[in-house]
Design a protein around this ligand. Structure first.
Ligand code: NAP
Length: 309
């Protein structure tokens, strides 16, 4: 019987693991399918984590987090959690390998995944010229022109990163103003090889057997079509929460959620079900920052220790 099952190994899950084990819980397992670290490990530049005065990659930022948590006894199980169900006051964790484990408390810290924009050709060319990770795939377009779609912090930060590798970046956005932070907009505007293509809808991404060869956008102002010939398209249009482990067969969830499927929690990261917690991007009103996810994890762990008494 686990004291605590943590689902997800990003900043929220790792910090919860650190606080829970260091706070005295003996049997804490963090279920993470891949390497711990979370979505931030795909970021090329992090400059707003407190205490880090130098710009670091997401990978560098997260490198020591699992090491530190495991020093206090956190166990990492490289496994996918398919479902969590409740049996009286005990939770049943069902994993992809067919095993079931019991836990006295459970924390959902699964975060989110990149959202698809929904244009023609997106699914067909995904992984064949369409990418959602500039640090992973930017290198393939060294010295070439690429398109990047989106207008938030992720889009603009990654446009700046790609502008250092690629000969030119077309920043394609559906409006003419951006959601990103003013300093990030200023960084983007200072890059001479970023061309802003705003107030457009993506009509389609097209290509051939070897992958993407270009993209067509339609002006929202005069309906004109512009054809941009590029071998690579990066999509940064937001993220969807990973709530599958809490989903029941009838489509409802183990605990209350909002319309976006985000877990409703209070200030202690408690859901409406005693013993069930959610932290990081998967919860309502998440600021979607590493430091906030980490703080959520710590907050949840402190309350879980009290709950387990
Ligand atoms: P986001 O802020 O939700 O921005 C998504 C962007 O994609 C928006 O500009 C949106 O356009 C556009 N978009 C959405 N759906 C689209 C579609 N179907 N087709 C075309 N464009 C579409 O997402 P994000 O950039 O991934 O950021 C998520 C959160 O993480 C935010 O809270 C952000 O501040 C945070 N974040 C922070 C940092 C940092 O502080 N360093 C870095 C990355 C992310 P509209 O503008 O028209 O809605």
């Amino acid at each position: 019987m686990l004291d605590l099952a943590i689902i997800g190994g990003g900043p929220a899950g790792l910090t919860a693991g650190l606080y829970a084990t260091r706070g005295g819980l003996e049997n804490v397992t963090m279920f993470e399918m891949g390497l711990p670290g979370g979505q931030i490990t795909g970021s090329s530049e992090v400059e707003n984590y407190p205490g880090q005065k130098n710009v670091v990659t997401g990978m560098e930022l997260m490198e020591d987090w699992p090491v530190q948590a495991m020093k206090f006894g956190l166990k990492h199980e490289m496994n996918q959690v398919l479902n969590v169900s409740k049996d009286n006051n005990i939770f049943i964790i069902q994993t992809a390998d067919g095993h079931k484990q019991e836990a006295k408390a459970v924390l959902l810290a699964t975060g989110s995944v990149p959202r698809r924009a929904g244009f023609k050709g997106e699914n067909e060319f995904f992984g064949r010229g369409i990418s959602t990770c500039a640090t992973c795939d930017g290198f393939f377009y060294k010295g070439k022109e690429v398109v990047l779609i989106g207008g938030g912090d992720s889009a603009l930060e990654e446009a700046v990163y790609l502008a250092k590798i690629c000969s030119k970046v077309y920043l394609v956005h559906r409006r003419d103003s951006y959601k990103a932070a003013p300093s990030t907009i200023a960084h983007m505007k200072a890059c001479e090889n970023i061309e802003e293509v705003t107030n457009v809808d993506v009509e389609e991404v097209y290509g051939d057997n070897s992958g993407v060869t270009g993209l067509k956008v339609k002006s929202k102002i005069d309906d004109t079509i512009r054809d941009i010939k590029v071998p690579g398209v990066f999509v940064f249009v937001g993220r969807n929460v990973l709530n599958e482990p809490f989903k029941k067969e009838d489509g409802t969830f183990l605990c209350d959620t909002n319309e976006q499927g985000e877990m409703i929690v209070d200030l202690k990261m408690r859901t409406n079900i005693p013993g069930v917690y959610a932290a990081g991007d998967v919860r309502i009103d998440a600021a979607k920052q590493v430091v906030c996810a980490a703080a959520d994890g710590a907050t949840a762990a402190v309350d879980i220790i009290e709950y387990l008494g």
